[in-house]
Design a binder for this molecule. Structure first.
Ligand SMILES: C[S@+](CC[C@H](N)C(=O)[O-])C[C@H]1O[C@@H](n2cnc3c(N)ncnc32)[C@H](O)[C@@H]1O
Length: 349
């Protein structure tokens, strides 16, 4: 890389149905053993990713999800939903109309059931291209594709903040469901990493309780940079590291929040990277009152971090069907715990 790299990712999550059993049965894609979006062949995704300006490096096929390792981050494809996460100066949103066309023409989906798009503030916003030059342009682009959406700026306007665009569930795409899917996602976005935090920082392992094995795909870029996907059943975790000192950044994302608990998980990840600054987002689906209490208990995991960090912000939102917690921390100046050499972290998925 000749100039500083923008590690912060754009993150798109599109749900075409609430559940993998709700996908159309018709198969028109090249992978006829699979249903919904998983029937779409790599060569078709390659065409969409050309518009995003990134490439597939490798793919792993799990029982429930396919994980694509990209030249700029990752893509996960379930039968009913897709997560696309891309960094650098990629033009993620320019691939969205093609994704919607593939979902309709190849997979016979009636439309988008729910969509989420988010990102943190860029380190180098002037280098972004297409609609990603600023948040208003991204909102305008998405508003041409979706109705009744909401766009939020979460956090400090005069500091690091996080941007979120979301659409409400569409009953015309899928009728109101009695028990909406349980869904949770944690993202940890870290910057100003400890200088030793770079080479293959994560070892993945299957949980002892898990009968299914974890499939892992990792890539060490030259001269530096690391990306890794792990999948087990319908659970996934993904990690991306930009170690260059002038723009160091790492992200960790997973939908597995049961083991270990969130505090332990976050602390373990922080021990690897020792970032000076970090923000976290936790989305938890909330349906009934019971789930709401459960979600609030999980969210308490983001109240304090032991390891030499002080909380700058913690903001909670309630959306239709979801609780969101956004929290920002910064390292306590002079705290010796942060000077420790980073650990290698074994993550059990
Ligand atoms: C794709 S990776 C991970 C990006 C991720 N979003 C993150 O959290 O940092 C980016 C790192 O790989 C390095 N890299 C080396 N060759 C690259 C290439 N051909 N494309 C993208 N990144 C490359 C970059 O300089 C950077 O350190």
């Amino acid at each position: 890389m000749t100039e500083a790299f923008e590690g912060a990712e754009k993150l798109l999550e599109v749900w075409f149905a609430p559940d993998e059993h709700d996908v159309p049965t018709e198969i028109k894609g090249g992978r006829s053993n699979w249903t919904g979006l998983r029937q779409v062949g790599k060569e078709v995704w390659d065409g969409m990713l050309d518009e995003v300006q990134c490439k597939v490096l490798s793919v792993i096929e799990g029982k429930d999800v396919d994980a694509y390792l990209l030249s700029e981050s990752s893509m996960f494809v379930w039968p009913h939903k897709l997560i696309l996460k891309t960094c650098g100066t990629t033009t993620l949103l320019l691939g969205l109309p093609t994704l919607l066309r593939i979902a309709s023409e190849t997979c016979s989906f009636k439309g988008v059931w729910r969509c989420f798009y988010s990102r943190k503030t860029f380190m180098f916003p002037d280098r972004q291209r297409g609609p990603h030059k600023d948040w208003t342009q991204e909102i305008n682009f998405l508003d041409q594709l979706f109705e009744n959406s909401s766009a939020y700026t979460v956090g400090r306007m005069n500091g690091d903040h996080w941007l979120l665009y979301l659409t409400p569930p569409r009953p015309d795409v899928h009728p109101r469901i009695l028990s909406p899917p349980s869904d949770q996602t944690l993202e940890i976005l870290m910057s100003q990493l400890h200088p030793s935090a770079h080479l293959s920082p994560i070892h993945w392992e299957s949980r002892p309780s898990s009968l299914k094995g974890t499939a892992i795909d990792s890539y060490l870029f030259s001269p530096c940079g690391f990306s890794s996907n792990a999948i087990n059943g319908d659970e996934y975790a993904t990690i991306h590291v930009t170690p260059e000192v002038e723009c160091s950044y790492a992200s960790f994302e997973t939908n597995l929040l049961d083991s270990p608990n969130i505090e332990q998980l976050v602390e373990s990840v922080l021990k690897v990277f020792r970032p000076e600054k970090l923000s976290m987002t936790l989305f938890i689906s909330v349906d009934e009152e019971e789930q709401e209490q459960d979600a609030r208990d999980k969210a308490k995991g983001l109240l304090s971090l032991g390891a030499g960090y002080e909380r700058v912000d913690r903001i909670m939102y309630e959306f239709q069907g979801y609780l969101l917690v956004y929290a920002v921390w910064s390292a306590v100046p002079g705290d010796m715990r942060l000077a420790a050499i980073p650990h290698c972290y074994t993550y059990r998925l």
